[in-house]
Structures are given as structure tokens and as C-alpha cells.
Ligand binder design. Structure first.
Ligand SMILES: [Zn+2]
Length: 488
């Protein structure tokens, strides 16, 4: 730490202090420290040294950030880095979008760990292992003991916990309940994409998930996905989702702001010409009036309702029409896709809704992106700021402060002296990420990737396996209760 008042430190003449970096004249937005104005930010040894209107010291690297907004590093609490969701380039795509830390919401852990040395962009990554009892326990109805063992296995591999993939691959409700209880008992993170064998990925599935966990802590994924007007009107479903969140503060949640969803387009049967196996894909096809099979996918692509995620060899991108059809067929139907199924109303209302106590009803803005090309927190999320639905400080609260607190990353989500120098710099007018800085190092600048690999956020149980594979780790303590939600 440096001392900003030269008179108080006569033993160290200022000329001798040489910091690593100073980012000058940025519009700094740091709600935790109530900063919202033009300041300099000094970085030393990967940590914040000082934030002040005019830092007089010099640094080995100085840069002018006039006209740019600087916030504590953007944390995306729901994205995908698993190759099956589009490409192995999710970390790179997140860094390009200004993300310094992310929570992967399905793994597979082995897949991510095997490719991220080469494909990673140097951001911090926490992983949840998508729970597949048939694969992991040899049965769709595992016992509590088998579930406990699956949680342990995931933690030892380096996962932060488990994700129930209910909406896409439904499980029995009793299994879902046991997974949440097991994770809570073992201090593992647990998330649920609502849906089970008895409710879909919709507002009824959300209601069922909230009732099923009976007060246990749970990250309920992408609330906007349950407010697509599948059961009642979009307005009624959004109101119902908000009252569930108001009444159940044990639920931590995010919603995303892209109109596009993300789903798997694999078909079963001989030559993959049969039924679509992913339940979200089935619901989307049927919602647009197509059959939930191979022909339905062909028609949905042909009529411009469905886009396919293409691995370009550097990132993934959405393609449509004949190009999409050929890509999907060449992949033997095993490709990811996106439908434009998220209504503007629910995305907008969920992004800015408050509880009666003044906290945000939905805790964070996520992307559900990564290698699914919709990393739009800055490019679309800042429209909420321009519209006046969120102040810049509130935007930072939902995209950095709240997810940092939820992940128990005490030295992130703010720019206090000593905090990790994770910083996102963006252009508010153009709604574009300009620079992504992780622990003081630039990993992305002006659309160029400069970082490599990843640092993993894990539980103490996951540290040995990840370090043995050459990764740096940040161990978090999920046993510790979360800090109270911030009132706005
Ligand atoms: Zn997801």
C-alpha cells in the first residue's frame, strides 16, 4: 500500500516509490467504497495500491483512461466453458467481453481442465459439475449415499459443487432434493436449472424447485428462462418469479439479458434422425409449432427460428440458414443452438426489480454465455443504464459486487487497497469492453487476447488435483455464511 499523504511519511521520499501500474483519469465506479468519479487507480504486485483523484507517485506503466469507465472486475456467475456447448473458447470469449471471473455452470470438469491451458485467456474460473446420475452412479435413482459420493468426487476434481441440469435432462424430484441437501451438508456449491420429471423448465418448475429445497441455500439459474410465457402470460410469470424470490431469501439467483437461449440439438435414433433429446430444445421447437425431432430442427433452422453455434477455431459464433443446417448435419446433430425465446419484458423487469427491503430481487446479471455466443453484459446490459433502469453503481453491484460476495471472494468486487487488481474498463457510449485486467495483468485489450490458461476458484478439497495439473488456485470457504444483501 502507498501513503497518499506525503507529509505523513517523511522517511520515504515520493520519488523513490515506483508502482507497477497507474490507470489515470478513469471514471471509477466502486459502490462498495462509494466511488463514482474521475480518479487514478494504482496497482502494485497484483493488488490495488490506491484509488484517488490525483496520485502523485509514478509507475513503471502508466496509461490514460480518460473517457473510459473502470469498475472492479466483471464477474459472470453463469456461463459455459464445456466444449459441448459450442467450442472450447468460452474463457477467451468471456475475457473479450470484459469478464475477469466466471462460474461455469455444467463443466464437464475433465473437459475444461484438459483444454484450458491452451484455450484459456487468464481469467479466474470456478466450475460446477453437471450432475448426471446415470453416468456417475449407474442409475437414474441414486441413493443419498451415492449422491454424497458423487459430490465428493466432483470436489476432489476441483469443482466448486454440482449443477442440477433439470430443465435439459430432468431427474426425479427426490434426487434433486437429495443433491441440494448433500451439497449443503458438504459445503459444496449447488445450482439448479429448474425442472424435474414432474415439472418443466418454466415458472412451475421454478416454484417446484423453491418449494423442494425448503429453505436450503440454492443458486437458482437464469430466472428469465422461467418467464417466457409458457404457462401464463410473460407478465404474470415475471410477477410470480419475483414474489417467489421475495418470499425465499435462501435462493440466490441471476438472470441474463440476451434474447437468445442456449440448448443442445442432438437427435436420437438411427443416424440421429429421431427425436430431439434435450427437453429445452423440445419445448422451444413445439412452442414454434415444429415437431420435436430431426425434421423439426431442419424446419426451425430453415424458417430462421433456430441458429447453430459454430466453432470457428478461435471463438464460437451463431450461424443460420443453409450454413447452419450443413454444420449441424456434419456434426451428426451433436451441436448447440439458440432460439430467440427470451421476451424483452421479463429480461428488463428481472434485471432491475427490487425486493421490498431494497435489495435486488435477482442478485446478479449473468450471460449464460461463455462459449455460447451471448456474452452481452456490457454490450446489452449497459442499455439498462442508458435507459435509466440502473445507475452505473447499481450495474456494478449486479455484475461484480454481488457475485463476488456470493462466491466468498472477499478481495474482489471492490477496489479497496489490498484487493485483487481485477479490473474491467469499458466505453459506456459504445457499450464495449476495452480492457480486462486480472491480478494487475491485462488479459484482453482492444479485442486482443493477451492472457493464457486459468486460475481456478475451488474448495480446499479441489486444490491438490488442480495444482498437480499446473494451475494456480483460489480456495474459498463456502461454510462461512454469506454477507447480507446490500440495500440500494
Ligand atoms: Zn447455462
Amino acid at each position: 500500500m502507498i501513503d497518499l499523504d506525503p507529509a505523513s511519511d517523511p522517511g520515504h521520499p515520493l520519488e523513490t516509490i515506483m508502482l507497477d501500474r497507474i490507470l489515470r483519469r478513469a471514471h471509477v465506479v466502486d459502490p462498495v467504497n462509494r466511488l463514482d468519479g474521475i480518479m487514478d487507480v494504482a496497482v502494485e504486485d497484483g493488488r490495488i495500491a490506491a484509488v484517488a483523484p490525483d496520485i502523485r507517485e509514478t509507475a513503471r506503466s502508466e496509461q490514460d483512461c480518460s473517457g473510459q469507465v473502470l469498475m472492479p472486475g466483471l464477474i459472470d456467475p453463469h456461463l459455459h466453458l464445456g466444449t459441448m456447448f459450442g467450442s472450447p473458447y468460452g474463457s477467451r470469449m468471456a475475457a473479450l467481453a470484459g469478464v475477469t471471473t466466471c462460474l461455469d455452470m455444467a463443466g464437464p470438469v475433465d473437459d475444461i481442465v484438459s483444454h484450458i491451458h491452451d484455450t484459456g485467456a487468464g481469467i479466474n474460473v470456478a466450475m460446477l459439475s453437471g450432475f448426471s446420475p446415470a453416468e456417475e452412479c449407474g442409475t437414474d435413482r441414486p441413493s443419498r449415499g451415492q449422491i454424497d459420493a458423487a459430490v465428493q468426487t466432483a470436489l476432489k476434481k476441483g469443482a466448486l459443487g454440482l449443477k442440477i441440469m433439470g430443465g435439459h435432462w430432468p431427474l426425479a424430484l427426490s434426487v434433486c432434493r437429495d443433491v441440494v441437501a448433500s451439497c449443503c451438508a458438504q459445503n459444496a456449491y449447488v445450482a439448479w436449472h429448474a425442472g424435474s420429471l414432474t415439472a418443466g423448465s418454466n415458472i412451475l418448475g421454478m416454484q417446484q424447485a423453491v418449494e423442494t429445497v425448503r429453505g436450503l441455500r440454492l443458486h437458482l439459474a437464469h430466472i428469465n428462462a422461467y418467464c417466457r410465457g409458457r404457462v401464463n402470460s410473460v407478465e404474470e410469470e415475471t410477477a410470480a418469479a419475483l414474489s417467489l424470490l421475495e418470499a425465499n431469501p435462501n435462493i440466490w439467483s441471476e438472470s441474463y439479458v440476451s434474447p437468445m437461449n442456449g440448448t443442445i440439438l442432438t437427435c436420437a435414433g438411427e443416424n440421429h434422425r429421431g427425436e430431439v433429446i434435450d427437453h429445452v430444445t423440445r419445448t422451444c421447437l413445439e412452442g414454434f409449432g415444429f415437431p420435436a425431432d430431426y425434421e423439426g430442427v431442419v424446419r426451425a433452422i430453415g424458417e430462421g427460428r433456430l441458429f447453430v453455434v459454430k466453432d470457428t477455431g478461435f471463438v464460437s459464433e451463431l450461424i443460420g440458414g443453409d450454413e447452419a443446417l450443413a454444420y449441424w448435419r456434419d456434426a451428426g446433430t451433436a451441436a448447440a443452438g439458440s432460439f430467440a425465446v427470451n421476451p424483452a419484458y421479463s429480461r428488463f423487469v428481472l434485471a432491475q426489480a427490487r425486493r421490498s427491503d431494497g435489495t435486488f430481487a435477482v442478485d446478479a446479471i449473468s450471460t449464460d454465455g461463455g462459449c455460447i455466443p451471448r456474452n452481452v453484459t456490457i454490450s446489452t446490459g449497459l442499455s439498462l443504464v442508458k435507459f435509466g433502469a440502473l445507475t452505473l453503481a447499481e450495474f456494478v453491484l449486479k455484475t461484480s459486487v454481488n457475485p463476488a460476495r456470493h462466491l466468498r471472494l472477499d478481495d474482489r468486487g471492490h477496489l479497496s487497497p489490498g484487493a485483487a487488481a481485477d479490473i474491467t474498463i469499458f466505453d459506456l457510449q459504445r457499450q464495449q469492453a476495452l480492457e480486462t485486467i486480472v491480478s494487475g495483468r491485462t488479459v484482453m485489450k482492444n479485442a486482443r487476447i493477451l492472457g493464457r490458461g486459468a486460475r481456478f476458484i475451488t474448495t480446499p478439497a479441489g486444490v491438490p488435483a488442480l495444482q498437480a495439473q499446473g494451475f494456480k488456485t483460489i480456495a474459498v470457504d463456502l461454510e462461512r455464511p454469506e454477507a447480507e444483501r446490500i440495500r440500494i
